[in-house]
Design a protein around this ligand. Structure first.
Ligand code: TA6
Length: 294
């Protein structure tokens, strides 16, 4: 799936060897590697990188609808559209340490307007931070000419690469309320300590804190997620049975992945014409010994 420029992806490189790759198809980050060339995001061996489906892995963008919370196709249409590169993006703030970034834009086609009758401009900035952090900023603007507001739900459906799902725990979500997709989207309160995995999980944690950690004991690696503008956090692992029903996903791959997805689901975002919403995600991967938990 190539854009008009003939490109299918942009590769960002920082001087210390971190890299990130973002595809025009879906505006989707499909690789983020540290200075040892370790892949930090999960992408399925069965992933298909072209229309009509979404790419199984990396960071699909769910917009203008998360999941089945509305009557659009599941997770909205942004993840299976061709975005374009902004060759002349607005500059970075003056005193930022970021040097490497790319801006992708999605605007609705005539066909999209039939599905979701709202004019918008979605600008996704993907950047590598000074320590190799992966920074995603989404700016969504209502460009309706006739004064109509619109509402949407959203998620960065992030697939992390982990050594073994049984050796992983999440910190930051304990004691929160969540909707459980496996139990008719009913509301519960998390009772345990840190979140660990021994069966299928599909939950939307509500009003999650701005910082969440994924601790991979076997790899001795901790992912730190920082989010802004995105109150909720979805956690998903399909486990063995569900995996077999997903065509573009290997039967055993659930062991090597975990989705933790900063999102705005419970309370949709509403924008009046001319208004803009901003949702940010910052990811860093650090040796667990550096992570103090604070
Ligand atoms: O974010 C979790 C979820 O909504 C799950 O319900 C699960 O189905 C997953 O997303 C993947 O959805 P997809 O449409 O990409 O197969």
């Amino acid at each position: 799936a190539k854009g008009p420029s003939g490109l299918d992806k942009i590769v960002l490189r920082d001087p210390r060897g971190f890299t990130a790759e973002v595809r025009l198809y879906g505006g989707q980050v499909t690789s983020w590697k540290n200075d040892h060339r370790d892949e930090l995001l999960f992408v399925s061996n069965k992933a298909i990188f072209k229309s009509p489906g979404a790419i199984r892995g990396g960071i699909p963008i769910c917009f203008p609808q998360f999941g089945t919370h509305g009557n659009l196709e599941k997770h909205g249409f942004a993840r299976n559209r061709l975005w374009f590169i902004d060759d002349n993006p607005p500059p970075l703030p003056v005193n930022t340490a970021i040097k490497t970034f790319a801006d992708l834009i999605l605007k609705p086609s005539e066909e999209d307007l039939k599905i979701w009758p709202h004019s918008f401009e979605f600008r996704l900035r993907v950047a590598l931070g000074p320590k190799g952090d992966l920074l995603l900023t989404s700016r969504i603007r209502n460009t309706n000419a006739d004064g109509r507001p619109f509402s949407f739900t959203f998620a960065y459906h992030t697939y992390f690469s982990v050594s073994d799902i049984s050796e992983v725990r999440i910190e930051g979500l304990e004691t929160l309320d969540y909707f459980d997709n496996l139990q008719d989207k009913k509301r519960f309160t998390e009772q345990g300590d840190a979140i660990v995995f021994e069966s299928e999980v599909d939950k939307i944690y509500l009003d999650a804190p701005p910082k969440i950690a994924i601790i991979d004991h076997e790899k001795k690696r901790t992912f730190v997620l920082r989010k802004d503008g995105l109150p909720d956090a979805v956690v998903w692992n399909p486990w063995d049975k569900k995996s077999k029903t997903i065509q573009d996903f290997g039967d055993e791959e659930y062991k090597q992945m975990l989705c933790v997805e900063p999102a705005a689901v419970e309370k949709p975002i509403t924008l009046k014409p001319g208004e803009e919403w901003k949702g940010r995600l910052e990811l860093s991967a650090v040796p667990s010994s550096y992570y103090s938990g604070q």
